[in-house]
Design a protein around this ligand. Structure first.
Ligand code: ADP
Ligand code: ZN
Length: 749
């Protein structure tokens, strides 16, 4: 009998960071010690050694496999809580990404390479507790200077702080050598709320906000009671909080969070993009102080590491973060809030293609928590769930302090174009409205959801337009950099002087973006203080915070920008919102085009009149009768949802059906179409699991030199749809690397 059979073998199932690969089983040599569920291990994979995560510490041996040994056990205690491992496994399966990719997003970046956690340490210097007289031993002015500073700080000073005060490290060392000062190592948390000089007014603190609870309006009170009732019930529930813009949803979240944490529960608060809404984290921090941690990809790796470990050690009970924070290692979650639940930034557009909102609901279910999805413009999915009774619907129908919603006027730009040509950015009405605001020293936001100066450059001789050499899209002209750019692959080139097709010399621009709009605004309102927010102007970290602080401080009269200015900002002095080309997104070949347009306009219009002066909005469009524009102008969500719901049902799109978007890439469009066709046939053959639509060239048929064909799988049972697709992919493993599988896609372009 071989000796290996006498002692029971310890086998572990491990998720390794290789896309699409299933769990692998390894042997744990006894000498390596414990490797519990959630621990990281180093394992051989082919010729490499990679860091994986133990998913099952007591795996059964797979049939006919030759098992290899774990090379090292990184953690002997669970690095990830078991509940987070389970959540990640669900994500890997539901979104068809495999367990490795899913567990990778659940870990902070610094942990993924299997390094032991490391905090930054610093030496703290204090005066030694020696009789005062011996301090007379201090020699020379440098040492005396050091002692003077230390006497002023009996709690001691960090070495870098002393150095900043002009005391050299050598001076400190010689004082220490002589026993006059004591140096102690101490862990310093890299706190994203602190700025450089430690005053704590860093990037996340924006504008004045109350630190204590405020008296709720009657409607808020009712909503809080309803939500609190669900939470106190103790089981898994999901509530859709549909509250109009300015109805005070944030105050509700805060008070609900206070109740939950008073009851010993942990709270997870998800927000769309902290970089765009720096206020959210600051508001929680001011209300709850150091009990709040934040998790967000805009933090430095060090800050993220420290915040993550604070959470893991149970030192905080509230986490505010963006989508990946849904995996925050809190262990007693009782409340999960997803603010602006309709936002597309909750969807990760790379593997695992998960939607943080939906993962939040699953986490609530796994941990018996209340999940609150908040929005003024709920996604049709969430609304359908509420109508079907799966989610509790809680409504806030009025703004706080009885402030009215903005009055909206729709301007038909076809008439303006007929009179003034097709390149008019600012219509007559909008100009007049801005003039009135400038006269009253009130602020204006002007939205145009397209960046750059001109959206197309074309040849007057042959009508060819300038396209990206790598993507099927026209290049945008950026005037400040004097370049044309592709917004998909970042290709950039100098503006050509001749047409690439016919050599013609007369190149013209058409279409406009925010850069051109800003120029027009400046030209038309020369005295006004104008700023612009779009991806071109906020590349630098912290740049958007500066602009928003300027707006809050009244240093900006007119803010021009893309959808970035439409997010949950709360600027009381903004009384006018202009929407230039409200229909920019309507032409897109995406089933969510109308929903996006409705949400964007409603949200940006909702920025007006949040203070004492009522707001006004002017919406310029070429489609004044389109239902998404009409409903947004009326700020009538119910009307929009009814109409859009009909469209989705007729066309068989979510939420009427579940949808999987499958994109196959290839060197030529024909090759991509042929492979997609083969895969589609196999899915169809796998049984009546849903309808397969396509393949067809994707709307963006070429991106970064790869051609793309796509097909949809529509049905009602995702599990069966996934199985059919999985079987098809298993029959064509050669396609794995050229495949994008998007379950519940946010966009199908
Ligand atoms: P929403 O997120 O619903 O658009 P906010 O939460 O930003 O709305 O609230 C809008 C404004 O009303 C904010 O300035 C907020 O501080 C204020 N506010 C909220 N609740 C109250 C209240 N009960 N009393 C007074 N002001 C409130
Ligand atoms: Zn390109």
């Amino acid at each position: 009998v071989p000796s290996s059979l006498t002692a029971p073998e310890r086998l572990v199932a491990v998720a390794v960071p290789v896309p699409g690969l299933g769990l692998l089983t390894y042997r744990v040599p006894p000498a390596l010690g414990d490797a519990p569920k959630g621990a990281r291990v180093r394992v051989p994979l082919g010729t490499r050694v990679v860091t994986g995560c133990v998913v099952d510490p007591d795996a059964t041996p797979p049939a006919d496999a030759i098992l290899r040994d774990v090379s090292a056990v990184v953690d002997h205690r669970p690095f990830l809580p078991a509940s987070i491992v389970d959540l990640a496994l669900w994500v890997g399966e539901y979104y068809m990404a495999g367990p490795g990719d899913a567990l990778t997003v659940a870990m902070p970046p610094a942990a993924r390479e299997g390094r032991a956690s490391s905090f930054r340490t610093v030496a703290r210097v204090t005066l030694a507790p020696v009789p005062g007289a011996s301090l007379d031993d201090v020699r020379g002015p440098k040492q005396r200077e050091a002692v003077r500073h230390l006497r002023a700080h009996p709690e001691g000073l960090a070495l870098p702080a002393l150095v900043r005060l002009g005391v050299g490290a050598a001076t400190v060392r010689s004082l220490a050598d002589r026993g006059l000062v004591v140096l102690a190592q101490e862990v310093v948390f890299r706190d994203p709320f602190d700025d450089e000089d430690g005053r704590g007014s860093g990037r996340w603190a924006l504008g004045p906000a109350p630190d204590s609870e405020r008296a709720l309006t009657a409607e808020q009170e009712r909503a809080l009671a309803a939500l609190e009732n669900l939470r106190a019930g103790g089981g898994f529930r999901t509530a859709l909080l549909h509250g109009v813009t300015g109805s005070g949803k944030t105050e509700l979240y805060l008070q609900l969070a206070a109740r939950a944490s008073a009851g010993g529960q942990h709270v997870l608060m998800l927000v769309p993009e902290i970089a765009l809404t720096p206020a959210a984290a600051g508001i929680f921090r001011r209300r709850f102080g150091s009990r709040v941690a934040i998790q967000h990809s805009g933090l430095s790796t060090g800050e993220r590491h420290d915040q993550w470990h604070l959470i893991r050690r149970g030192d905080v009970d509230i986490v505010v973060g963006t989508r990946s924070a849904v995996f925050a290692p809190l262990e007693r979650v009782g409340l999960i809030v997803v603010d602006e639940e309709h936002e597309s930034s909750y969807k990760q557009e790379e593997s695992p293609r998960y939607n943080g909102r939906d993962v939040a609901v699953m986490r609530g279910r796994m941990e018996s928590a209340l999940v609150v999805l908040g929005s003024a413009t709920p996604s049709l999915e969430s609304f359908a769930n509420a109508k079907a009774g799966r989610y509790e619907l809680v409504r806030l129908t009025r703004r706080v302090a009885d402030r009215p919603l903005a009055t909206v006027r729709i301007v038909d730009m076809r008439q303006e174009f007929a009179a003034r040509g097709p390149d008019v950015t600012l219509g007559t009405e909008l100009v007049a409205a801005i003039d009135r605001r400038l006269a009253k020293r009130e602020q204006t936001l002007v939205l145009l959801n397209r960046r750059g100066f001109a959206t197309v450059i074309f040849c007057r001789q042959c009508a060819a337009s300038l396209e990206c050499p790598h993507c099927s899209v026209s290049l945008t002209y950026h005037r400040a950099s004097r370049r044309v750019r592709c917004h998909y692959c970042d290709y950039a080139a100098a503006v050509p002087t001749r047409c690439g097709e016919c050599g013609g010399e007369f190149l013209e621009q058409s279409g406009f973006g925010t850069e051109r709009l800003e120029a027009d605004v400046r030209a038309r309102f020369p005295g006004a203080r104008v700023r612009r927010v779009d991806r071109d102007t906020i590349r630098r970290r912290g740049a958007i915070g500066e602009v928003l602080r300027g707006l809050a401080a009244g240093e900006v009269d007119i803010l021009v920008g893309t959808q970035m200015i439409a997010k949950g900002h709360d600027f009381p002095a903004v009384t006018l919102v202009g929407v230039v080309s409200a229909d920019v997104g309507l032409g897109l070949a995406d089933f969510r085009a109308s929903e996006r347009t409705f949400q964007l306009i409603t949200q940006v219009v909702g920025r007006a009149g949040r203070g004492d002066v009522p707001g006004e909005a002017v919406v310029q469009t070429l489609y004044p009768d389109h239902y998404s524009i009409r409903a947004a102008a009326a700020q009538d969500y119910t009307a929009f949802a009814a109409r859009e719901g009909e469209f989705r049902a007729t066309m068989q799109y979510p939420p009427a059906v579940a949808l999987i978007n499958v994109v196959v890439k290839g060197r030529t469009l024909d090759a991509a179409l042929a492979d997609a066709g083969d895969l589609a046939v196999r899915v169809r053959d796998a049984g009546p699991k849903g309808r397969v639509i396509g393949p067809a060239p994707a709307a963006m048929s070429k991106i970064k030199d790869e051609y793309r064909a796509q097909f949809f799988i529509k049905g009602v049972r995702r599990a069966a749809m996934r199985r059919a697709l999985m079987a098809a992919i298993d029959a064509r493993p050669d396609l794995k690397r050229r495949l994008i599988v998007d379950v519940d896609p946010m966009s199908v372009l």
